[in-house]
Design a protein around this ligand. Structure first.
Ligand SMILES: Cc1ncc(COP(=O)(O)O)c(C=O)c1O
Length: 386
């Protein structure tokens, strides 16, 4: 019997999403319009923030957050290297310098105890990443930020649904929080992002900046009662979300609990089974993460395992199981190597050498998870490591 391929990721699109997109197509309004505004309102309510500004990516939201906070050339921004390039590109795009802090060796999250030693007179902001869907130590991070007058722009690309000490990420945010709705994310609109904040000033500036810098409500200039007149307040960007994305987002937000429950069941099986295998370690869940969004199921392949991480990836691929690695540390890539600046990032580099991400999505079934686990168990009995 030929086994089917278990992809690393598949989207969860039902008839409800299809209907909402078709309704939007038939509504005559394709660009940013009523659906986007409804999505912003529902999202703000969901996370517990005053304002939500929908954008075409999390990258856009991270960029706008830094601009709106006044971060610019000469400033330093503290972040992690265990992230996607977007978290760091946006720091560079505003002309600031990224300063990397090492991760906790068991969670992969920025080590909040190592942040303060990197703060100096040029430090302007911190960009913590709620990596894999687990919350950073926000109390500690905001304590340092408040003490030194720093802005916090949380990268919550993985953290829709995540709760820190009983509150959703984005609940009463002190700075800005950016989410991703990229195709692989827990809530997916293909491409898309959201910035949430409790600051009217940041929200207003963000709304202007994401539509070229156009004066308020310019999106409605083609609508009933709209005017041809607009002004450009400052040269901005074309970063807005549009209604077809928002149509998907509204239904996905409605279905988020159902999708997360399915994820949690699969994760339970993964944890029960994988924790018995010698040499494999799972991402430790902190006590302050009262809900892990399980965007990623990260396994560390230690020296005690029969195969190396690379060998296990290859073995799984041979057995038609897709995997991925999150992430290649940013400082190890060509474009950012000069920003390492003698900082010790040993935990980040060791973590990278050991990790792989297993298939995890709400349309994956328990039979497939069992096959992934059984394949890893067979691999554990092979003696291949050199
Ligand atoms: C940690 C992190 N931050 C930011 C982003 C950027 O998100 P987007 O693709 O929506 O711009 C990603 C995307 O995968 C990510 O993983």
């Amino acid at each position: 019997m030929t086994e089917k391929f278990i992809p690393y990721y598949l989207p969860d699109i039902t008839e409800a999403e299809i209907k909402e997109v078709v309704d939007t197509l038939e509504s005559g309004w394709l660009a940013k319009g009523p659906k986007t505004i409804e999505f912003e309102e529902k999202f703000a309510e969901y996370v517990g923030a005053k304002y939500a500004v929908a954008m075409n990516s999390c990258t856009a939201a991270l960029h706008i957050a830094l601009i709106a906070a006044g971060v610019g050339p000469g400033d330093e921004v503290i972040t992690t290297s265990m992230t996607f390039a977007a978290s760091v590109n946006t720091i560079l795009h505003v002309g600031a310098t990224p300063v990397f802090v090492d991760i906790d060796p068991e969670t992969g999250l920025i080590d909040a105890n190592k942040i303060e030693e990197k703060v100096n007179a040029n430090t302007k902001a911190i960009v913590p990443v709620h990596y894999a869907g687990q919350a950073c130590d926000l109390d500690k991070i905001y304590e340092i930020a408040n003490k030194h007058g720093l802005f916090v722009s949380e990268d919550a690309a993985h953290a829709i649904y995540t709760e820190y000490k009983g509150n959703r990420i984005g609940h009463k945010p002190q700075g800005a929080v950016s989410y991703s709705f990229y195709a692989t994310k827990n809530l997916a609109t293909g491409e898309g992002g959201m910035l949430v904040t409790d600051s009217k000033e940041i929200a207003d500036r963000a709304r202007v900046l994401i539509t070229h810098g156009m004066s308020k409500n310019a999106w409605n200039r083609y609508g009933k009662g709209g005017s041809w007149m607009y002004d450009i307040e400052e040269p901005g960007y074309k970063y807005n979300m549009f209604d077809l994305q928002a149509a998907l987002g509204l239904v996905q937000l409605d279905r988020l609990n159902i999708m997360q429950n399915k994820r949690e069941k699969l994760v339970k099986t993964y944890i029960e089974e994988l924790s018995q295998i010698k040499g494999l370690e799972l991402q430790r869940v902190n006590s302050h993460t009262t809900k892990h969004a399980w965007h990623l199921l990260i396994v560390r392949v230690t020296n005690e395992f029969s195969l190396t991480r690379d060998q296990l990836i290859e073995y799984l691929a041979e057995h038609k199981i897709g995997t991925s690695v999150h992430f290649i540390p940013v400082h190890m890539m060509t474009a950012y190597s000069s920003y390492k600046n003698n900082v010790e990032l040993n935990n980040t580099e060791s973590w990278f050498n050991e990790i792989l991400s297993l298939p995890l999505y709400s349309t994956l079934n328990s039979v497939d998870v069992k096959r992934v686990v059984d394949t890893i168990k067979v691999a554990a009995d092979i003696k291949m490591r050199v």
